[in-house]
Ligand binder design. Sequence first.
Ligand code: 5GP
Length: 193
Amino acid sequence: MSGDITVISGPTAVGKGTVVSALRRACPQVWVSVSATTRPPRPTERDGFHYLFVSDEEFDDLVANDGLLEWATVHGVHRYGTPKAPVLAAAAEGRPVILEIDLQGARQVRERLPEARSVFLSPPSWGALVDRLVGRGTENVEQMERRLATAKVEMAAASEFDHIVVNEQVSQTVEQLIDLLGLATNSETEGQS
Ligand code: 5GP
C-alpha cells in the first residue's frame, strides 16, 4: 500500500526545490524524500538533506539490492534515485509523501504505484525557464544546453501528469499544491489543541 504519495516533476530550473521547501514550511507534516545521486554537491548543498551524495559503486549497490523505488540517468550524465524503504515507511505512518523527481522517474512510479498522484510544475513560458537557468548560474554553458534539451522533452510530456501547475509565483504555487494535496497548513493546525 502506497499511502498518500505525490510525484512533483518539471523541467530544470522551474523552481521545484524552492516550491517544495516553501510547501514544507507551510505544511510540516509533509515528508520529502531525499534522493541518492552520483552528482557532486553544489556549494550550498548538504549531504543527507538535499541529497545523499554517493559514489558510482554505492549507487550500483543500491540498484543491485533493490533499494530504489525508481532511478534514472538525468541530463545524460549522473544517476538519481529514490530510496525505497524510507518512502514506504513514511507513507505507512500516514505522512503525505513528496517525491521531487524527473520525468523518467515519474513514469516508473506511475507503473509501480498507480495510486500515487502526479503534478507537473511548468514555467510561465520557455523564455522564463531559460532566464531562470542562466540567472541561477550553477551550470556552465554545456551543462545548460544539456539541461535545456532535457527540458524540451519534459515539457512535451506535461499532459501525462494528473495536474499541471504553472509556477509563476511561489506563494500561489504552494497554495495550489496545498489544495490539490488536501493538506492542512501551519496556520490551520496552530489553532487546534
Ligand atoms: P539537480 O541536479 O538540478 O539537483 O536535479 C536534476 C534533476 O534530477 C531534476 O529534474 C530532479 O527532479 C531530478 N531528480 C532528483 N532526484 C531524483 C530522483 O530520485 N529520481 C529521479 N528520477 N530524478 C531525480
